[in-house]
Design a protein around this ligand. Structure first.
Ligand SMILES: *Cc1c(COP(=O)(O)O)cnc(C)c1O
Length: 336
């Protein structure tokens, strides 16, 4: 199957499978798993934080961050399109009694600093206590400018807010700008990073923060059932994700641009190929195109897409240039 639905579908590499087979393990809830410990130490060092925590998923890493920064009755400011507002089941509200304050995302994925400033609530019994600003990078495949991150950090600091990054695809953001991941994470008090997307690990994310935050997050993780025992099996692959898989993302970005160019030549789709910044592209599907039917036909030809009036396509390690050519050829056949 050639699967354009998401980069979450990537399979672990051969090197990862070998590392998994040979991983030294222990009981991580006792702090005894050497491979988890070395992953966490390595990630903290690489990205410039006191500590790191290996979590079962990005959703869990974000939830732990929100619950470690905020208390019951606090709120976090985020984008309307933020994953940790829109796509995580309302976990912060359900499990943390934390209120989201979502704000409009601009076309480039940012939230206007003036909107953020205006949403920060004064210390008044009527209001929830604004505690945290949460940004996402990349967001919808777009990279937030470094200067914007610096300004957002200053705004947060001036208003005594903490600042969190949902960096599920922060490695894509770094590669797209030809900078280190640490150059992005330096602006944040905490960062979550998905290892199971473009970075190809089978399972797992990281939460980064200072010692106090990681300590609190570790406690919440246990309470939420996320204490994993011989998790070194997973951490062994995770280590290779952050060492061996980052540079490779440039290929995914090139492929996404190539795919966008191919689609832009078809009358049935509207897409600005030069808008593609990382591994994700969005094409508007013309109204008279039955994209659902096309998706069903493609499936029988070994190609998976998520149909919608806006078609989101994601490139990743398990999609080659030849796969894209094959997709375009089959798509043309179905449209004809
Ligand atoms: C995928 C994703 C997450 C959640 O990761 P899971 O591992 O699927 O729980 C969080 N934030 C963003 C921006 C994501 O794309």
């Amino acid at each position: 199957m050639i699967d354009f639905r998401s980069d979450t579908v990537t399979k672990p590499t051969t090197a990862m499978r070998e590392a998994i087979a040979n991983a030294e393990v222990g009981d991580d809830v006792y702090g005894d798993d050497p491979t988890v410990n070395s992953l966490e130490a390595m990630a903290a060092e690489m990205y410039g934080f006191d500590g790191a925590l290996f979590t079962s998923s990005g959703t869990q890493a974000n939830l732990l961050a929100l619950m470690a920064h905020c208390e019951r009755g606090d709120e976090y400011i985020c984008g309307q399109q933020a994953h940790n507002y829109k796509f995580e089941g309302g976990g912060a509200a359900v499990l943390g009694s934390i209120q989201p304050q979502p704000l409009t995302n601009q076309a480039d994925g940012s939230i206007l600093l003036t909107d953020i400033q205006a949403a920060i609530k004064p210390d008044d019994v009527h209001f929830a206590h604004t505690q945290l600003l949460s940004l996402e990078n990349t967001i919808g495949g777009k990279v937030l400018p470094q200067a914007y991150l610096a300004q957002a950090q200053t705004l947060a600091f001036d208003n005594k807010l903490k600042i969190h990054l949902d960096g599920a695809r922060v490695a894509n953001a770094a590669v797209a700008q030809n900078i280190a991941i640490g150059d992005i994470t330096q602006y944040f008090d905490s960062v979550s990073i998905c290892l199971s997307k473009g970075l190809c690990a089978p399972v797992g994310s990281l939460l980064l923060g200072d010692e106090r935050l990681i300590h609190k997050a570790r406690r919440w993780r246990k309470m939420l059932g996320g204490g994993m025992r011989q998790a070194g099996i997973l951490a062994a692959a995770a280590k290779l994700a952050i060492t061996d898989q980052v540079d490779r993302l440039a290929i995914d970005h090139d492929n996404a641009r190539y795919l966008a160019e191919c689609l832009s030549e078809l009358d049935e789709f509207e897409i600005e190929a030069q808008q593609v910044q990382t591994n994700m592209l969005f094409a508007e599907v013309k109204q008279d195109v039955d994209i659902k039917h096309i998706a069903t036909e493609l499936k029988s030809l070994g190609i998976l897409i998520s149909p919608g009036s806006t078609l989101r396509l994601v490139t990743h390690a398990d999609i080659s240039r030849a796969d894209i050519d094959s997709f375009i050829a089959k798509l043309k056949g179905l449209l004809a």
